[in-house]
Ligand binder design. Structure first.
Ligand code: 13P
Ligand code: SF4
Length: 363
């Protein structure tokens, strides 16, 4: 009988912390804990490896541990399952830790878009489907099956370059902002981009708009990053003109254009770390990471500020708490696997193709 979560829900953070440490010692090398940068500190401190989506997918692929506990969101644990061996198990401490952006594209709507595009274009020769890693496994499989590829926020530029060496157009889902910001940074004018509204027939576009576009951007977005506004940069700089601004590419075009640097969570950390002592940073990404950066670099007199005046946590990342982690690990100690993430074999095989293409291109 598995241990029920109800026995853990009332633990204080420090009680859960002590039990996590004890279970980790017992499990030893059979366990690896991966932690995304957006995880709260009480969970993040237990990670063996921390990183952005690309780095953590590499860690999952390289891990020898029997149990890969992913402190992140659902699509990340799916990637860990797809890239690990069959005798390894990926585990997500809370199955409700999803990603609202990933949910904005599903296989049915992407297949419909592909059919509608096929009525106007020779899709298999003209269009490369690209899915942001923030997507379900069956969309990665779709890309694998149609000569496409996965990208993350840290390799999207290289992935787009590769795509245009294969075919003349890209269908990019689910995040319009990452697609737009990346394509523009690679030199593509905004006029060559169209937005596919997945709730409308033919994406709400005319045949001419589709035929002339170089990149078709799915109308998805991150609810956390959409909170950042260009005026917030102006207001902050009016008070502190020396400020450097850095944004995650899920932020809007206007925010990224006003930023000194744009990049993945890992790149944001490296950039702040490498900046001269005393630098003041305004950062457009999730609050847990921004707060951690501020604490980490305070001693170098750097101050790191959150861009939005209102709190915007990733509420799904936040679902992973020390209580769930303690629950998962103590079950493993007892020989019970709770919350395993297992992608069905045929889907995993096609998705692996698209992920492997990504890893090879960004090696
Ligand atoms: P990174 O790959 O940059 O860590 O981004 C993941 C994510 O979900 C950002 O919202
Ligand atoms: Fe998804 Fe946005 Fe949360 Fe990232 S921050 S996991 S894109 S909802």
């Amino acid at each position: 009988m598995t241990l029920e979560f109800s026995g853990y829900a009332g633990l204080s953070d420090s009680e859960a912390d002590a039990r996590i440490r004890r279970a980790r010692t017992t499990l030893g090398e059979r366990l690896v804990i991966l932690g995304h940068h957006y995880q709260r500190d009480e969970v993040f401190q237990h990670a063996d490896f921390t990183g952005d989506s690309l780095k953590l997918s590499r860690e999952a692929a390289a891990s020898k541990a029997a149990y890969i506990v992913f402190c992140g969101v659902h699509f990340m644990a799916e990637v860990a399952d797809i890239l690990s061996r069959d005798d390894q198990t990926a585990i997500l401490p809370d199955l409700d830790a999803g990603c609202s952006m990933a949910d904005m594209a599903n296989l049915e709507s992407v297949e419909r878009a592909w059919r509608e595009l096929a009525a106007l274009l020779d899709v298999e020769n003209e269009v490369t489907p690209v899915t942001y890693i923030n997507s379900a496994a069956d969309l990665k499989a779709f890309c694998g099956d149609h000569g496409g590829v996965v990208c993350t926020s840290s390799n999207a530029g290289r992935i787009l370059d590769w795509c245009y060496q294969q075919r003349s157009k890209v269908l990019f889902f689910p995040d319009q902002h990452l697609g737009r910001n990346t394509a523009y940074a690679q030199g593509m004018p905004l006029e060559s981009m169209v937005v596919w509204d997945y709730e409308k027939p033919q994406g709400g576009l005319t045949a001419t708009e589709i035929k002339e576009a170089k990149i078709i951007l799915w109308k998805g977005f991150c609810s956390v990053h959409q909170m950042f506004q260009a005026e917030q940069i102006d207001n902050f700089k009016a008070r502190y003109p020396e400020t450097k601004v850095i944004a995650h590419p899920e932020s809007s075009f206007a925010v990224c254009q006003k930023s000194d640097a744009v990049g993945s969570t890992e790149m944001i950390i490296k950039t702040v770390a490498a900046s001269p002592e005393g630098t003041r940073w305004l950062v457009a990404t999730e609050l847990n990471l921004v707060n951690r950066l501020h604490q980490q670099f305070q001693h170098q007199n750097k101050s790191v500020h959150f861009m939005s005046p209102t709190v915007c946590l990733c509420s799904t990342m936040y679902r992973i708490d020390p209580q769930h982690l303690a629950w998962i690990l103590e079950n493993l100690v007892e020989g019970w696997v709770v919350n395993p993430i297992k992608v069905e074999a045929a889907t995993a095989s096609s998705a692996r193709l698209a992920l492997q293409r990504m890893l090879d291109i960004s090696a």
